[in-house]
Design a protein around this ligand. Structure first.
Ligand SMILES: Nc1ncnc2c1ncn2[C@@H]1O[C@H](COP(=O)(O)OP(=O)(O)OP(=O)(O)O)[C@@H](O)[C@H]1O
Length: 584
């Protein structure tokens, strides 16, 4: 790392930490004040010990009594200061770290779909958990020392020098060598700790994917290779963990040596000075006491440095995420119009440069009209829905909603125009009522019941022992694919958005429930503009216009009847898929 990038990393680390502790200025000031008071009490305590011994030896009993009272005052004041120091640090530390977790979670929700799809979810989760925990433990273990330690170190040095400068020099004889060794040992810890957290994040990703793909893993008897993969990553993390432990075990004895060596040297030389009458007894005891305090603080420096190094890595990863570009927030919320809700005009798009997934696509979707997108797998059907929701921007052409280009729309307002039922019928942990209410947070229970009726979900919900209060999602009641799909249709129905996007929304339904949902959708779509990706003949037949996609182009368009008569690609597709289309 160059000097420049080193200082910019440090600046970044400090500015991120400052950003999160700034709102708790009051607690930070309390902690700082308490640190200063605690340091003053500890320093004064040592000074008073010297006075106590000197007065005792001179039989100054009145003075001695006063000093004993002062020592007691210092002990109590030190206790109170330490209490406030720990309490205030705990307060702002916990709050700042909580804010950091929230900020990361918010940022995660604001990242563009394309960026989230390109990241591994375990890696993102690891930043919110492991990296933030590393910062939390740094604040609780070390931040209290940031003010206390420098005050003690500087004051102790001045005091020791004033007591006896020769003895002070002796005490430092061993320090530079020990500092050098400790620094040498602590440096690789940063590298290892960055590797350790990286491997842990990878291992977590694989373990998480293993949980998500549990059924597939079992069905294909993949437990052994999957386990080997997870084990491999954990082994890698463990390997780096061992290396850290090895470095730390080297550091600990060197810390003990740093701690003991100066005290031993000064006891020998200080004893000699005292016996020779060159140093008063009180001064020698105070010197050794103050030296111990100084050493306690200095021996922590390597540990502080290695911790600061590893926490800088965690802050770096968090900063990258906090500074990652989010979806745009500009644009306007336009007033909806009655007709021509969606116009796609000669749109060309590819996820990668120079690799078009759809090319020259144009169509118009109006209120009460249903357009079905038909085509083989990978022909670009879902991509068109991704473009309508502005998850991606077309490279050529324009998409207008209510007559305005998507580029001019505010994304939130734009997405309010769409109700989506996607292929992936994900239910959030919570009750069925909660899940349907996601369509419209302000809806009352009657509206939820009405939406569930539209989706053909009402009767099966009623049959569940806890009805709408049944817990679903992770660790909740396991619903069938068709039941989940009807709940997500109810969620979309509740949204009452003018444009309905259905991505094979009825694919998981049996014939009977499919007929129910189909009927409901027909009524529902009358006052909506509906775009549906469908394989079922019933859905396709219902459409006012079918767009037959072939490698991203609209190869044919028209009603089912017209396209069958055309005897082209649609006819061929229909014949090839007839069995599936009839009875899925
Ligand atoms: N996020 C993405 N990044 C890169 N390529 C993608 C992405 N999503 C889809 N693709 C590619 O774009 C092409 C069209 O995909 P799309 O999902 O639109 O097809 P589809 O017609 O909906 O297919 P299916 O019927 O199987 O769902 C495919 O080749 C796919 O691999």
């Amino acid at each position: 790392m160059t000097q420049n990038s080193k200082s910019s990393t440090l600046r970044k680390t400090i500015s991120v930490i400052y950003r999160f502790i700034r709102p708790y200025k009051g607690w930070v000031i309390t902690a700082l004040t308490a640190s200063v008071i605690a340091a003053i009490c500890d320093l004064t305590g040592v000074y008073l010990i010297k006075q106590m011994i000197d007065n005792a030896l001179a039989s100054e009993t009145q003075q001695l009594a006063m000093i004993v009272v002062l020592v007691a005052v210092m002990v109590v004041a030190g206790f109170v200061a330490n209490y406030f120091l720990t309490y205030a640090t705990g307060r702002f530390g916990t709050k700042a770290v909580g804010d950091m977790r929230n900020a990361l979670a918010v940022r995660l929700s604001e990242l563009p779909v394309s960026d989230v799809e390109n990241e591994r979810s375990g890696d993102l989760v690891s930043r919110v958990t492991n990296d933030v925990s590393a910062i939390q433990s740094f604040i609780s273990q070390h931040s209290t020392n940031l003010i206390y330690a420098p005050i003690i170190v500087v004051s102790a040095l001045i005091y020791l020098g004033s007591l006896n400068w020769k003895l002070t020099l002796v005490s430092f004889a061993a320090t530079p060598i020990m500092m050098y060794i400790a620094n040498l040992i602590s440096k690789p810890i940063q590298e290892q700790s960055s590797n350790y957290y990286g491997a842990l994040a990878e291992a977590n990703s694989v373990a998480q994917e293993g949980i998500a793909g549990n059924a597939i893993t079992k069905a294909f008897n993949l437990q052994k290779p999957m386990y080997a993969k997870v084990e491999g990553f954990y082994y890698k993390a463990m390997h780096h963990g061992f290396k850290i432990a090895k470095q730390e075990s080297l550091m600990r004895p060197s810390v003990v040596m740093m701690y003991e060596l100066p005290v031993v040297l000064c006891t020998i030389y200080g004893g000699y000075l005292a016996v020779s009458g060159l140093l008063a007894a009180g001064a020698l005891v105070a010197f050794l006491q103050m030296l111990r305090m100084l050493v306690i603080q200095t021996v922590q420096i390597p540990d502080l440095v290695s911790n600061a190094r590893s926490v800088a890595g965690a802050v770096g990863r968090i900063t990258d995420m906090l500074e990652a570009p989010t979806e745009r927030t500009n644009g306007r919320a336009f007033t909806p119009v009655e007709n021509a809700l969606v116009v796609i005009d000669d749109v060309t798009f590819g996820y990668e440069k120079d690799k078009n997934i759809i090319a020259g696509v144009s169509f118009t979707l109006t209120k009460g009209k249903t357009i079905a997108l038909v085509g083989s797998s990978g022909s670009g059907k879902s991509t068109i829905l991704n473009l309508l929701l502005s998850f991606y921007e077309p490279q050529k052409g324009a998409i207008l909603v209510h007559g305005h280009d998507l580029k001019d729309w505010n994304l939130k307002a734009l997405r309010d125009q769409f109700a989506v039922v996607s292929q992936d019928t994900f239910l959030f942990p919570g009750t069925i009522e909660d899940n349907i209410r996601l369509g419209n947070i302000e809806a009352d229970f009657n509206q939820i019941v009405e939406a569930s009726k539209i989706a053909g979900a009402y009767s099966f919900i009623q049959e569940l022992p806890e009805g709408f209060q049944t817990q679903v999602g992770e660790r909740g009641t396991v619903l069938s694919g068709g039941q989940k799909q009807r709940i997500s249709i109810a969620r979309a129905a509740l949204k009452k958005a003018p444009i309905l996007l259905l991505d094979e929304a009825t694919s998981a339904l049996d014939n009977e429930s499919e007929a129910q949902v189909q009927q409901a959708l027909e009524v529902f779509s009358k006052d909506h503009a509906t775009m549906v990706i469908a394989h079922r003949l019933s859905t396709i037949k219902m459409a006012d216009e079918i767009l037959m996609l072939d490698q991203g182009h609209i190869a044919e368009r028209g009603t089912h009847q017209e396209l069958m008569e055309l005897d082209g690609l649609y006819h061929q597709y229909h014949m090839e898929n007839e069995e599936d289309m009839q009875h899925v």
